[in-house]
Design a protein around this ligand. Structure first.
Ligand SMILES: C[S@@+](CC[C@H](N)C(=O)[O-])C[C@H]1O[C@@H](n2cnc3c(N)ncnc32)[C@H](O)[C@@H]1O
Length: 270
């Protein structure tokens, strides 16, 4: 399979994709995304530097599951919704959530990534791709502006500078009449930890955000209201974590500040 050359920033899509593929091979997967495994196999991608273990893949799979649930719940309430995955990479969320045909789903990423998607991922009715830089104000013009929207971003925001995140959020909340936005929060601690954790150090030079708090988006854009802050430590999927990580996570769950140091998902309404 020949794919377009990707920049180091675009190549981060393999990190999350191979993490979900690894999870799908576990006896008790958290997400169970077999399409991720299929895409990795078809692409021929093989990077020995990505040493997934069950413990490290859990986080990627778990946060994807939570974002899927946010989208599914919104779509159940708004069958005419527009769904958007910002910086979708090679994620197949539209397949996982299996939205009804009344929903239009848009996967947005750089044009090279969209070309790779088109070679690796089968078409799906009402699923569209948009090849654009998220910081470009023009791409939203192609989307309907009269329907409620559910917007997710999985592992994407640290690659945007804080003023780019603010501008993006404002464009989204002004384009659609109403909706929800959810993403995993990259706090100052998360960004610091990624810079110092040997397995993730290659990501650090690509980070443009300095990290932000779950409450910051409300201050950046008064249209946004935080409706839920999901602490992964307290979610039922922890029961499927491997034993040592499960024990540590159960202990961390007793403390809100400790839980907030781990992966969290912030969900906003507008
Ligand atoms: C870590 S990957 C996550 C991909 C996908 N969300 C997933 O969970 O597999 C980050 C993605 O964000 C995309 N991205 C980063 N900055 C972007 C920008 N300014 N415009 C469009 N896409 C961007 C990258 O191309 C990459 O696909």
């Amino acid at each position: 399979m020949t794919l377009p050359p990707l920049t180091p920033l675009q190549e981060t899509l393999w990190v999350t994709l191979t993490g979900r593929a690894f999870d799908s091979r576990q006896p008790r997967p958290i997400l169970g995304d077999e399409m991720a495994e299929e895409i990795v196999r078809t692409s021929g991608y093989d990077n020995p530097e990505l040493h997934w273990t069950q413990s490290s893949s859990v986080d990627v799979a778990h946060r994807a599951k939570k974002l899927d649930e946010v989208a599914q719940r919104f779509i159940a309430r708004h069958p005419d919704a527009v769904g958007i995955d910002l910086g979708a990479g090679l994620d197949t969320r539209a397949f996982r959530i299996d939205a009804p045909p009344t929903v239009d789903w848009y996967d947005v990423d750089f044009p090279e990534v969209v070309t790779a998607r088109q070679r690796l991922i089968p078409d799906r009715p009402h699923a569209h791709t948009i090849g654009a830089d998220l910081t470009d104000p023009g791409w939203l013009a192609a989307l309907p502006a009269d329907r409620p929207a559910v917007i997710v971003a999985d592992g994407v925001l640290p690659f945007l500078a804080d003023d780019e995140i603010i501008a993006l959020l404002k464009r989204l909340t002004r384009h659609f009449p109403s909706g929800e936005i959810a993403f995993n929060v990259y706090t100052k601690f998360t960004v610091w930890a990624a810079t110092h954790y040997p397995g993730a150090r290659f990501l650090a030079p690509l980070f443009k955000s300095r990290g932000f708090d779950r409450r910051d988006p409300e201050r950046w854009d008064p249209k946004l209201t935080l409706v839920r802050h999901i602490l992964l430590t307290r979610e039922p999927e922890v029961a499927k974590y491997p034993p040592a990580l499960r024990l540590w996570t159960r202990m961390a769950a007793l403390s809100t500040p400790l839980s907030r140091l781990g992966t969290t998902i912030a969900q906003y309404r507008f």
